[in-house]
Design a protein around this ligand. Structure first.
Ligand code: HAM
Length: 417
């Protein structure tokens, strides 16, 4: 036998025993999206690398080290999408969906990041993403957060997630802060780690995320972003908090929350949980009023989030258990040379609305009963010589043991759901 092949590290199969839970959960989320009048958009998994460099940010971890990029035969650099916002904006600009319009969009699908895999962190993972274009208002930000709260409630996990909220001000506010930070850090340059020294010139705000102890020590007395947030941004954030409170949405303001993508301004948020270990963020997002323009479109405000689907399923499983695939309503035993009739009976029962497992493999009666038991089906219908001759079947309720002989038509009529 030749060596068996395995999936790539961080790339998971979703097996048949898991897809019901996967699909039903998505249905629940889509029902909520539908109530808020969101429309689905499907964009490609592969885009030009420059889209993410411009959109997500050249100096972000995602673009610097986490993309699956390669050069095509004709020399173009392309990347598997690490996230969905940049591609969605590219599509909206390309198809004239962003200029002077409002859009309420969502997408669901795989994203790809070259990260070190662990529980809740994969190289191919799925996101349910939402993007609203054309509205800049605290009420819209609040509405999207209220929708998320409704999603947690619909899934029965609202008591296990916490909304963390912050404002990072405008791009100008952050640029001013960046300048002040660089001015401060320049005088301690030799005490910073190598990465941070390099970032002084490229992306000083990322220095705040440094895990290096000496760098963190230097940062203790550095200027903070809070000091540079404009009055307008502060008022916007205050209004958002007031609307959320009036709508019964609990949150904590986390001044340290900045998010790892460059396109945000003003509102940023994450829903976190204490039940998943290190990968605690189930959903993250915020406002991005400059992104469309950065990607070559007309200035259009945006707000959205990405919900990590695998993490969501892990959380549901952890706190309430998973949904299991329902068993068949009826298992049809084909007793003898009755395959054609068995299929007719199966079709009639399916047309009546039942889920039917027809044992086309045939075999000895006893073996078929064992199979029926194993399938977990509630009832068995036996198709045999009498069925061929008189259109009657044997019906057995496996739960109660009750058994009877009935005409097919009567049985189908009784089964209609
Ligand atoms: P993000 O915070 O990079 O934001 O990702 C959103 C969510 O995706 C995370 O909170 C997490 O649950 C999940 N996630 C991220 N990386 C992984 C991974 N390697 N394995 C499993 N799950 C992961 C964005 O992607 C933005 N596009 C969200 C957004 C949309 N902002 C505005 N609109």
């Amino acid at each position: 036998m030749s060596k068996t092949l395995k999936s790539l590290r961080g790339f998971n199969d979703v097996l048949p025993q898991d897809t019901y839970f996967w699909n039903q959960t998505l249905k629940t989320l889509e029902q909520v999206l539908d109530q808020y009048c969101f429309n689905e958009i499907k964009v490609p998994y592969l885009e030009s690398t420059s889209l993410f460099a411009r959109g997500v940010g050249e100096a972000t971890d995602i673009v610097e080290k986490e993309m699956f990029s390669f050069t095509t035969n004709d020399g173009e650099s392309v990347s598997l999408r690490p996230e969905g916002t940049a591609g969605t904006m590219r599509a909206c600009i390309e198809h004239g969906l962003s200029y002077n319009q409002e859009q309420r969009l969502y997408y669901f699908g795989p994203m790809f990041r070259y990260e070190r895999p662990q529980k809740g962190r994969y190289r191919q993972f799925h996101q349910l993403g939402v993007e609203v274009l054309g509205i800049r208002s605290a009420a819209l930000d609040a509405e999207v957060l209220i929708m998320l709260q409704q999603m947690w409630q619909a899934l029965g996990i609202d008591e296990y997630v916490t909304l963390e909220l912050n404002t990072i001000g405008s791009a100008e506010n952050r640029a001013d802060f960046g300048k002040a930070l660089v001015a401060y850090l320049e005088s301690y340059k030799d005490q910073l780690d190598a990465d941070s020294q390099r970032r002084l010139g490229s992306n000083p705000l990322r220095i705040l995320d440094s895990k290096d102890e000496r760098t963190q020590k230097v940062l203790e007395n550095a200027p903070t972003l809070e000091d540079f947030i404009s009055e307008e941004s502060k008022a916007y954030f205050a209004e958002l908090q007031q609307i959320l409170t009036a709508n019964g949405i609990k949150f904590v303001v986390n001044p340290k929350l900045v998010r790892g993508l460059d396109y945000y301004n003003d509102t940023v948020f994450e829903w976190t949980t204490t039940r998943l270990g290190a990968q605690a963020t189930v959903c993250g997002g915020g406002r991005y009023d400059r992104l469309v323009e950065i990607l070559g479109g007309h200035s259009t405000p945006g707000f959205g989030f990405g919900l990590g689907y695998e993490r969501l399923l892990l959380l549901i499983e952890e706190v309430k258990g998973r949904l299991t695939t329902p068993n068949a309503d009826i298992f049809i035993i084909n007793d003898g040379d009755v395959a054609a009739k068995g299929l007719q009976v199966a079709s009639a029962l399916r047309a009546a609305g039942l889920r039917v497992l027809n044992n086309t493999a045939g075999g000895k009666l006893k073996k078929q009963f064992t199979k029926a038991d194993k399938s977990g089906a509630r009832c068995v219908v036996i198709v045999n010589e009498d069925t061929l001759a008189n259109d009657i079947i044997v019906f057995k309720d496996l739960a109660t043991g009750h058994q009877e002989v009935v005409a097919i038509d009567d049985f189908v009529a009784k089964c209609k759901v």
